[in-house]
Design a protein around this ligand. Structure first.
Ligand code: ADP
Ligand code: MG
Ligand code: MG
Length: 324
């Protein structure tokens, strides 16, 4: 028995510590590698040479301040080729690339290759496009069956899971800065074909360093409106002109402030979404605390969402059972 235990322990230890071979884990590749879709193998990120000769741009599918995105073809597969829009925003483009490289996971779009000399990035293509298209997508006959509170709450869960991932990332606490209004925020995420959300635009993810007391500011310009957190607004009144160096810095709780608005969009207006809103009322109220420290962490919001999903699923199941 003892011998068996030792053997089992050794086997488990090998399983846990063995370096992942490029073929072992589909969807989870070693650094510098990728796998797309159902592919079981991992390949190295494409080089400049490969990007120049093997990738064929087909049509423009998106554009933001930093990148123009083209649906493209690589070895008969669809990929998204992003090109820098103008040289003035090259630092943001390169920051986005560094973040893409470092944060590859289920929460982030798959990096397929890049070429810094040409200012190009290649990622997995997601035909359903940005999260901003959600309502239009759910109205298509093909996806109408997914337009339920269950699927929509699952999306909200995925969204908060991404924030939680950023706030506790391998690089430290990152703030999702490129989110000054709802449409802009939605445009940074993609809806995948299996109806989950991945983060696509990582150009503005500054790092909060608690131990050194370094907080962040999202950009150098004045932010307005009530979508952004109160601490992101100019605090010295209309009479004092905005000055970037006088603007106080803040932390990742500015992301938590925005959760109720994004989630409410994701929940939409279908049968049951108001019932879900009712169950999320208290946690969303806490997200809207004026004082950032009083807001819950993204992790706590995620836990609550999961509990609500479980509770409502159980209730729905027992109701169905009673009807039978
Ligand atoms: P920017 O940094 O300029 O804001 P984004 O990375 O946000 O650029 O991309 C702009 C838009 O391009 C997205 O909102 C989305 O509509 C589209 N897009 C980007 N990447 C992909 C992709 N991999 N698949 C499908 N559409 C994409
Ligand atoms: Mg963007
Ligand atoms: Mg961007």
């Amino acid at each position: 028995m003892a011998l068996m235990n030792i053997l089992l322990y050794l086997c488990l230890d090998r399983l846990v510590t063995a370096p992942r071979s490029p073929t072992a884990h589909p969807g989870r590749c070693p650094p510098g590698h990728f796998s797309m879709g159902q592919a079981a193998t991992c390949s190295p990120w494409l080089s400049c040479e490969q990007l120049r000769t093997e990738v064929r741009p087909l049509k423009r599918v998106g554009e933001g301040a930093v990148k123009t995105v083209f649906l493209s073809e690589w070895k008969e597969r669809k990929v998204a080729l992003s090109r820098l829009t103008r040289p003035e925003v090259r630092d943001d483009f390169l920051h986005g690339l560094r973040m893409l490289q470092a944060l590859q996971s289920e929460h982030v779009v798959t990096l397929v290759g890049y070429c810094e000399d040409d200012d190009t990035i290649l990622t997995e293509y997601h035909p359903l496009g940005s999260l901003g298209n959600l309502e239009a997508t759910l109205n298509l006959a093909k996806y109408r069956s997914l337009n339920t509170w269950q699927h929509r709450l699952q999306l909200a869960l995925g969204y908060v899971a991404i924030l939680d991932f950023l706030h506790r990332s391998p690089l430290g606490t990152l703030v999702m800065c490129d989110s000054s209004d709802l449409p802009k925020t939605l445009s940074q995420y993609l809806l995948t074909a299996n109806f989950s959300i991945v983060l696509n635009d990582l150009d503005a993810l500054p790092l909060v360093n608690r131990s050194s007391g370094a907080l962040v500011k999202c950009g150098h310009r004045e932010l307005r409106g009530d979508f952004v957190a109160p601490e992101q607004l100019w605090p010295f009144g209309e009479d004092v002109p905005f000055q970037d160096d006088l603007m106080p810095a803040y932390d990742e709780k500015s992301d938590v402030w925005k959760i109720p608005d994004v989630s409410s969009f994701l929940l939409g207006h279908v049968e049951g979404s108001d019932m879900v809103r009712f169950h999320l009322f208290d946690i969303h109220k806490a997200c809207k605390s004026q004082v950032p420290e009083e807001r819950p962490t993204a992790q706590a919001v995620l836990d609550t969402y999961q509990k609500v999903l479980n509770l409502l699923r159980d209730t729905a199941t027992s109701q169905t059972r009673e009807m039978l």
